[in-house]
Write a protein that binds this ligand. Structure first.
Ligand code: C2O
Ligand code: CU
Length: 483
């Protein structure tokens, strides 16, 4: 738990709470401007970081709607780069999906505009981010939360969003400009050295004994996988990727989130007033660190809801796949470095290559910048990120049920995301899943498989890709057509 070393920069006394960062529900955001900005990621006393941001802050404005509402957002692109906005996990009409060249032309640099407008069929926790040059654009801070409230939300004392971000910063808190290097692309992706919650390093999160918090966790990192342990607490997962799931304690007591994945948890504040409890992340065992401390106020919340019966969220209106009648397709994910790169010090630490830790030679990392190369494949083919090779790998019939056998034939983790649909995870490594959870992004551990089932009920051309953005950009993506 040597957090400061991990974070590199001494954070000093960072903001004491988190809630104010995203205090306000905004029911009618009309404009969303993507532009360069500046933000204190690492706390007072340290320089601000030049970022790219929606609406001037990282994360971008919290877009909060009611289930069944219609979203209308006019995006203005004030960046020097083309962009698009993708509404991750929302079952949008294809033309609103934000995939450049496939569903829309890019939004031009320096003043381009595009209006997204669509209905919101499902309640839950979602997010938005660019889908063009994503490793750099998301890595510089372009992401924000999109929350769709249930018609009858469960009774909690607070509803809080934590967007987890991961940055590769140098000692002056500047973003290290080695986007797209082959080392990241061919290994675990761009894993950084600074983890933020709602756009800043946090020392503590304040809570009061007796309260029940709905904590919406969103992994907005390019590549980092989180495994959060809430010490002294017993969080209950009530939704995954926005979709209600049978309330349950997470396996091993840890909430595991690959890039783009979300979990809604109920956190009952059962600690003593005045006490402190760490939230630890040990996904990469040799790089465990403390995300922040849950710090209890001196007084108790009277009539708080901690310990109340667990609520059951109403299911979203998803079409149930007829698993007996599915057509089955196998999809193989391949490529990547198969072993250790000699002399690169990878050792037994997949996922944490050299250069992640401050003081370990960021400089040598920058020397590794290489021309864009393809590292990853889907069914043996690699798709370049320029958005032109969009021949579908599968053509699905509208309204039919499908089962995709996703096979990770690599030594790396891959969070695989399907656009436009939500699927049930039926098996993992041939064993039926306990909750048959609905997801839009499924994390495949190295050399593993998962069978997913869904009804192809949304016509159009949809991306299927790894959400480790460096993997996506170096080939691990494909198109599925539903017609
Ligand atoms: Cu969150 Cu294809 O993206
Ligand atoms: Cu991947």
């Amino acid at each position: 738990m040597r957090r400061r070393q991990f974070l590199g920069l001494v954070a000093g006394a960072a903001a004491s709470g988190i809630a104010p960062a995203l205090a306000h529900a905004q029911l009618s955001v009309r404009g969303l401007r993507a532009a360069p900005g500046s933000q204190k990621l690492v706390g007072e006393g340290n320089p601000a970081t030049s970022v790219w941001a929606y609406g001037g802050t990282v994360p971008g404005p919290e877009l909060r709607f009611r289930q069944g509402d219609r979203l209308r957002v006019e995006v203005e692109n004030a960046l020097d780069a083309e962009t698009t906005v993708h509404w991750h996990g929302i079952r949008v009409p294809n033309a609103m999906d934000g995939v450049p060249h496939l569903t829309q032309p890019p939004i031009a640099a320096r003043g381009g505009r595009f209006t997204y407008e669509f209905d919101l069929p499902d309640a839950g926790t979602y997010w938005y981010h660019p889908h063009l040059g994503s490793p750099e654009q998301v890595g510089r801070g372009l992401y924000g939360p999109l929350i769709i409230e249930e018609a009858r939300p469960p009774a909690v004392d607070r509803d809080i969003v934590w967007m987890l971000g991961d940055w590769r910063l140098d000692r002056e808190a500047r973003i290290v400009e080695d986007f797209g290097n082959f080392m990241d692309a061919s290994h675990a992706g761009r894993i950084g050295n600074t983890v933020t919650v709602n756009g800043a390093i946090r020392e503590t999160f304040e809570l009061r004994a007796g309260e029940r918090i709905r904590l919406r966790l969103v992994n907005a990192a390019n590549a980092r996988i989180f495994s959060l342990e809430f010490r002294g607490h017993d969080p209950v997962v009530i939704a995954l990727d926005g979709q209600p799931v049978e309330p349950h304690r997470p396996e091993g007591g840890r909430v595991v989130l690959g890039p783009a994945m979300r979990a809604d948890i109920l956190l009952d504040a059962a600690g003593e007033p005045g006490s402190s409890h760490a939230i630890a992340d040990d996904f990469y065992p040799h790089r465990a660190y403390r995300l922040l401390d849950l710090r209890y106020a001196k007084d108790r919340l009277r009539a708080g809801r901690a310990g109340a019966p667990l609520p059951k969220l109403a299911a979203n209106p998803l079409s149930e796949p007829d698993v007996a009648k599915t057509q089955r397709h196998r999809i193989d994910f391949g490529g990547g470095m198969m072993g250790n790169m000699p002399g690169m010090g990878m050792g037994n630490m997949p996922g944490m290559g050299m250069g992640n830790m401050p003081g370990m030679g960021m400089g040598s990392m920058q020397g590794m910048q290489m021309p864009h190369r393809m590292a990853w494949t889907v069914n043996g083919k690699t798709m370049p990120d320029n958005g032109h090779a969009h021949e579908p790998i599968l053509k699905l019939a509208l309204g039919r049920s499908y089962l995709l056998d996703l096979v990770n034939d690599t030594q790396w983790h891959h969070p695989i995301h399907l656009h436009g649909h939500v699927f049930r995870v039926i098996t993992r490594d041939d064993k039926p899943t306990q909750y048959r959870e609905w997801l839009d992004t499924v994390l495949l551990p190295p050399r593993s498989r998962a069978e997913i089932a869904f009804v192809a009920d949304n016509p159009g051309s949809w991306m299927l890709h790894c959400h480790i953005l460096e993997h996506q950009a170096s080939g691990m993506m494909a198109v599925i057509r539903v017609a």
